[in-house]
Structures are given as C-alpha cells and as structure tokens.
Design a protein around this ligand. Structure first.
Ligand SMILES: *[C@@H]1O[C@H](CO)[C@@H](O)[C@H](O)[C@H]1NC(C)=O
Ligand SMILES: *[C@@H]1O[C@H](CO)[C@@H](O)[C@H](O)[C@H]1NC(C)=O
Length: 283
C-alpha cells in the first residue's frame, strides 16, 4: 500500500535517501540495485529520492523532467517515493501539480514534501487530494533534542492528515549516540553547537538513554530511534555510513519503549532546551 508506514519504514532503514542533483549517488545506487538483483532477483528494494526546486528549475514540467533524469540514472522505471526537497520560494503550486503528474504517469508510487509548515502542508494536501492523490510524507528535522515539529503543529497536522513524518537528523549528528562527552566534544562547526557546556547539561538524558538501552539489550542509538518510532507515524532516516551502522539502525525496530520511558526521555530532553535554541540554520 502506497505510503504505508511499514513500507516507508523499510525504505528508511534500507535505502539511501538521495538528493536529486547528487548525480553520483543516484548512479551508484542504480548500479548497486542492479548488482543486488542479479544475485537475488527476489530482493525488494524501495527507493526514495528528491526534487530540488533550484532557481533554474521552474514549475510543473521541471518536476517530471528532473524525475525522468533521476530514473534514468537509477536505471529504474519508477521509484516508491518522490519528495520536494524544500519549499520553493514561489511556484509551490506548480511543483505540487508536477508531483501529481508523476504519480498519474506511473513514475512514482507516492509523493511527499520536506520542511513544510502546517500551512503549506494543508495547502499541498488539498491540492493533491482534489486529484485523488495522497500526500505521503513530510521530511523535517526531528529528534529528542530538536522537537520543533511537536511545537509548531507539524507533527499534529501530519497525524491528522495521514502524512508520514520522515525525521531527518534523528540522532542529532551523533550527539544522541553518546559518542561525545564534555571532555571529548565534536570538532569543527558541530563543536560550536555541541559545546562542553551543552554536553554537560545533556549528560542526564544520555545516561538515562544508555541505562534504558541496557534493559533491552539495545544501544543508545537504537533507543533514540525507537523513541521517534514510538511517536507513531514517524519514520527516522539515520544516515548509515557502513553495513554495521545499517544493522544497528535496523535493531531500532521490532520492540518498543514503554510510554513511561518515552515520556521520561522527553522530559529529560526538555531540560536541555535553552542550550539547543540555536541550531545551525540560525547561525
Ligand atoms: C528547513 O527550514 C529551515 C527554516 O525555514 C531552513 O533554514 C532550512 O534550510 C531548511 N532545511 C531543509 C533541509 O530544507
Ligand atoms: C537539525 O537539528 C539539529 C539539532 O539536533 C541542528 O544542529 C541542525 O542544524 C538542524 N539541521 C537543519 C538542516 O536544520
């Protein structure tokens, strides 16, 4: 079933989420899919990719032509999910019409958007609905320490309209895995957000995540991803750099934190809020 959360979940765990325009990753993924299918013709591969509303790509028709280019790089006749990468500054209606055309032409099974506010979500949902097409997903920044979607009604609107919330940065660039400590903060730009001071305030949360994980025989990463899945209607998309990480991420599924644990982690996370009030996008 299109956009069913099981399918999306499978997708999120197994397949790279691509940026349209990242020519090499689509070409590479196309090659890997071909190799995999040669070894095992029954292998199920679910692909999601994105359309970037770049200044030179305008309107409805450009969505289809970009998608056709993606499909040819991937060597596929259709993909499971096609997403608008971010809201266009203008011409969003044209892009949404283009997504609808892609579904009608059988080039994609489901369509979604990224970083859409409640208002944009409702408009896009309505526009697609008038053609009988569901809006399958909205990809936004969401993790235990970045809960804006809970505060700006995006999560509630997704739930209300049956739109799956795809959570990017679900482990907050590794900070929620517990790999950084006040003594060992990240280097580079991340070090400016995740300062030793911030990491100190985060310790109670990280310690509890670890403790809960031990009860389930799970890693902190698996706990943090499970917390997102427990919000219902949320599919986290951590970026796996190797097979080991992919296996770890897959271990976030098939079990569930209790409601008490879910609430306790949110409340511990809330206590770090003042420090996280300056995400990179505002710097
Ligand atoms: C998401 O939206 C924020 C705020 O409008 C913006 O700064 C950021 O670049 C967007 N990110 C993506 C991936 O679209
Ligand atoms: C997402 O949230 C994290 C905090 O967890 C922040 O550091 C990062 O800049 C945000 N990313 C984007 C693209 O908005």
């Amino acid at each position: 079933m299109i956009g069913s959360s099981r399918q999306l979940r499978l997708l999120s765990m197994l397949v790279l989420i691509l940026f349209t325009g990242a020519i090499n990753s689509e070409t590479l993924l196309g090659r890997f899919i071909k190799e995999r299918k040669e070894k095992d013709p029954t292998a199920e591969v679910v692909v999601a990719t994105k359309y970037a509303a770049l200044p030179w790509r305008l309107g409805r028709k450009s969505v289809l032509s970009a998608l056709k280019d993606s499909l040819s790089r991937l060597g596929l006749s259709s993909v499971e999910l096609y997403q608008l990468h971010w809201p266009g500054i203008w011409g969003n209606e044209g892009y949404i019409d283009g997504l609808g055309d892609a579904v009608e032409q059988g080039l994609v099974k489901a369509v979604g958007v990224s970083n859409y506010s409640e208002k944009r979500l409702r408009a896009a949902y309505k526009q697609l609905k008038s053609r009988g097409i569901p809006l399958a997903s909205n990809q936004v920044n969401y993790s235990l320490i970045y809960r804006l979607p809970e505060e700006n009604s995006v999560k509630a609107t997704c739930d209300e309209l049956g739109i799956t919330l795809i959570a990017y940065s679900p482990i907050a660039q590794g900070v929620l895995t517990g790999k950084y400590t006040p003594e060992n903060p990240p280097t580079g730009p991340r070090g400016r957000i995740y300062t030793p001071d911030f990491l100190t305030k985060l310790q109670p949360l990280l310690n509890r995540i670890k403790e809960i994980g031990q009860n389930y025989n799970k890693t902190p990463t698996q706990v943090v991803l499970n917390w997102l899945v427990a919000q219902e209607n949320v599919v986290p998309i951590p970026g796996a750099k190797n097979a080991e990480q992919a296996k770890e991420f897959a271990g976030a599924l098939g079990w569930r934190l209790t409601n008490d644990e879910v609430n306790e982690l949110r409340s511990l996370a809330s206590q770090t809020k003042p420090v996280i009030g300056f995400p990179v996008e505002k710097l």
